[in-house]
Design a protein around this ligand. Structure first.
Ligand SMILES: [Zn+2]
Length: 169
């Protein structure tokens, strides 16, 4: 395989991250940032580290970039895990409702599988969408853990081919 390819990323400089409300009013999180667009080269195989500079504060950020085929495999894998979670979620939910709704004869307790199904419902409810969305957006670029001046930055994948309107919150 000789195609190395590139990945599009946005380097975000977080200006403020405020959480308001939470007691009487609904909790809202307001994050503002400026972002710079970068195109990073992928390694032929494996992964390599690239340095990106924040246009806002000129901090240098280290990002790890994976090769094209590994990226595709991981993205597909995450989507599959997300879908499997969805299937497990509905199966476990149906089972939990079915077992939980039964009127049990005296002296009989719920099957062992019941608490397991409840746990499965909760776990897959959270993990499913996370994996699925992560898999959809994954482009093989991740920011490496950075010390102080680099904190307050994010590296986000940018889909080059598609234009998407996103509302900033
Ligand atoms: Zn910055």
């Amino acid at each position: 395989m000789t195609t190395t390819g590139t990945a599009e990323v946005a380097v975000r400089h977080i200006l403020s991250d405020k959480v308001t409300g939470g007691f009487l009013t609904p909790k809202t999180r307001t994050i503002t940032w400026t972002s710079a667009h970068y195109t990073v080269k992928r390694p032929p195989s494996g992964k390599h580290t690239v340095e990106l500079t924040c246009t806002e504060c000129s901090a240098s950020l280290l990002a790890e970039v994976r090769d094209q085929s590994t990226t595709r495999t991981l993205a597909a894998l995450m989507r599959v895990i997300g879908i499997v979670c969805g299937v497990v979620f509905f199966a476990a939910l149906a089972y939990a409702i079915h077992e939980g709704g039964k009127t049990l004869p005296e002296g009989q307790s719920l099957p062992v599988l019941f608490p397991i199904s409840v746990v499965a419902v909760v776990v897959t409810f959270v993990a499913g969408p996370v994996f699925y969305l992560h898999g959809r957006n994954y482009n093989g670029v991740s920011m490496l853990d950075a010390p102080k001046p680099r904190r307050g930055h994010q590296i986000r994948p940018v889909k080059a081919a598609r234009t998407r309107v996103r509302t900033r919150r």
